[in-house]
Design a protein around this ligand. Structure first.
Ligand code: AMP
Ligand code: MG
Length: 518
């Protein structure tokens, strides 16, 4: 395995001078050198061959001991020096100070096919940023991150990716329900990849410490390596940088809304500066369409990170980034204009996204109302988002309108009386509206199928893979991995995954409720 190693990050940015792996406040540095922890009995459970090939690693190479040792932190790739990054963040709306890579360790940077990738281990032991925790990850959360990040990629949602999922062979103590009943679980390590793992919080920490020198070094580095089209550093470039981060963040969230993904912990330390979905913790997928739904039990009270609030939180987080970058720009006005534009763009892009989901391509001033009425209807009774939109594409003159989405209703008997009339009315309006379209039914269906996925990683599906893996059977991880590589395609042999959440999963921990304990 011969990788084309680069060192742009570590050579361009200030390193922590203290080489001790002790928990502390790290000042004047973007990262600290730290070695992963050796593990007892590492075992690779799954490899994303697609991702491996992006890095220049062949399928045969992923089966070697060397690969296993690298992706579990048991061996360091020649001439590389692993490190953890220093960042801060606003958690649940409050300033939390220094956080940092508490259990993520960057291994190296690889350049391949003209792309630069950072490879990072999650769960490979403590770092100076581990605070009170152990630097480890358990199998269940690692399966969730591994499967979901690759699934998001194949759905066309900007995301960090995953290279491999491994068992460490060590046991990890966790209190899943935070109820004073900790238990040992299998430890695991995900090797994940991205062009950059920088977060809003990497910029916030320097600003909060009034370390403008390093804020500028980091911002200039980010622009040079990731936004080079914006040109040389200047106030204008910094403004354009913020504008682009704002636009990318918005695009990412519109994608989340389109596929029904709820991140669950949109703290500013979990917001990628590249607009990638990052840190798959207590995330979830909408089953019943519900703007008020959050999978995160830690957020049960305020539901700050509920589905319908994700766009607003994106904006709130961008305000924090604007504050962090302000010392470089020293003018609030252009930043405020960009933030205002986010609101305008959100309305526009969100409408466009919903029109695409409904197969509406010509202009019609009543579409906003039609969409709002649909969103109201979808919440009248529990209605499966994925099935509803996917089946909607099947509509043709002969089909009974309500019939084609029947499978989406969790309780068909509830579709009666007032609720039934409201649905019938909506479908009547929708059918009338479709008359204005120029595409044939089959052309429309094909286009709609490209934005309305057939298969997503339903919460209970990940949980089934986890339950089997706990018993030592890892086959479902591969089955779901393969399924989710083609989320928009009809897959006859996988029909069973195009179904509503089974009743047993309604209130099961891990399916509808997840804590941050991972
Ligand atoms: P998260 O909510 O997962 O984004 O984590 C917030 C912060 O806690 C980050 O700085 C993480 O690195 C850190 N963290 C989470 N879990 C652990 C762990 N098991 N050990 C060390 N640090 C952790
Ligand atoms: Mg995080």
């Amino acid at each position: 395995m011969k990788l084309n190693i680069k060192h742009t990050f570590t050579e361009s940015l200030p390193a922590d001078k203290n080489l001790e792996n002790s928990r502390r406040q790290v000042k004047n540095a973007v990262f600290s050198y730290v070695s992963p922890k050796k593990t007892k009995n590492p075992k690779v459970l799954h490899v994303s061959k697609e991702m491996a090939s992006e890095l220049g690693i062949s399928s045969a190479e992923t089966k070697t001991n060397f690969f296993k040792n690298i992706v579990t932190g048991n061996e360091i790739y020649p001439e590389t020096k692993p490190f953890a990054m220093c960042y801060a963040g606003h958690q649940f709306g409050n300033w939390a100070g220094q956080l940092g890579d508490g259990r993520a360790i960057n291994l190296f940077e690889v350049e391949h096919k003209n792309k630069n990738w950072k490879v990072q281990l999650k769960g490979a032991g403590e770092t100076p940023y581990s605070r009170t925790a152990d630097g480890l990850a358990v199998l269940r959360s690692s399966i969730r991150e591994y499967l979901c990040s690759e699934a998001m990629f194949h759905l066309g949602v900007p995301t960090t990716r995953a290279l491999s999922l491994s068992l460490s062979g060590d046991q990890v103590l966790r209190d899943v329900l935070y109820d004073g009943n900790p238990a040992f679980e299998k430890g695991a390590i995900v090797a994940r990849t991205a062009p950059s793992f920088l977060r809003f919080g990497n910029f916030e920490i320097f600003s909060a410490r009034n370390d403008i020198k390093n804020l500028k070094i980091l911002t200039d580095y980010t622009i040079k390596h990731h936004f080079s089209h914006l040109g040389n550093p200047s106030k204008e470039t910094y403004i354009n940088f913020f504008k682009e981060v704002s636009e990318r963040t918005l695009q990412m969230i519109i994608h989340w809304q389109r596929v029904g993904f709820v991140h669950g912990v949109m703290n500013t330390d979990n917001m990628s500066i590249l607009g990638l979905t990052i840190d798959f913790g207590p995330y979830g997928w909408l089953e019943g369409f519900d703007f008020g739904w959050t999978p995160n039990t830690t957020d049960r009270q305020n539901k700050r990170y509920r589905y319908g609030n994700q766009p607003n939180i994106g904006l709130w987080n961008l305000y924090q980034l604007a504050n962090a970058l302000h010392p470089l720009i020293e003018d609030a006005k252009p930043l405020e204009e960009i933030l205002n534009q986010y609101k305008i763009d959100f309305e526009k892009n969100s409408l466009q996204m919903m029109k695409d989901k409904l197969g509406l391509y010509v202009d019609d001033k009543n579409d906003l109302k039609l969409i709002q009425d649909l969103e109201d209807n979808l919440q009248l009774t529990e209605t499966d988002m994925t099935i509803f939109f996917r089946n909607l594409g099947n509509l043709n003159e002969k089909s009974s309108l309500l019939k084609i989405v029947e499978d989406a209703f969790y309780n068909l008997e509830a579709i009666s009386g007032e609720i039934k009339s409201r649905w019938n009315l909506w479908f009547q309006k929708y059918a009338e509206r479709l008359q204005k379209e120029t595409l044939s039914n089959s052309e429309r269906e094909e286009k709609m199928n490209g934005v309305n996925p057939k298969y997503v990683l339903r919460n209970y599906m990940a949980q089934l893979a986890i339950d089997k893996a706990d018993e030592g059977d890892y086959s479902l991880i591969d089955e779901l991995f393969q399924l989710l590589k083609n989320p928009y395609k009809e897959q006859l042999k996988n029909k069973k995954w195009f179904a509503k959440r089974p009743e047993w999963a309604r209130n099961k921990v891990g399916c509808s409720m997840l804590s941050c304990s991972s």
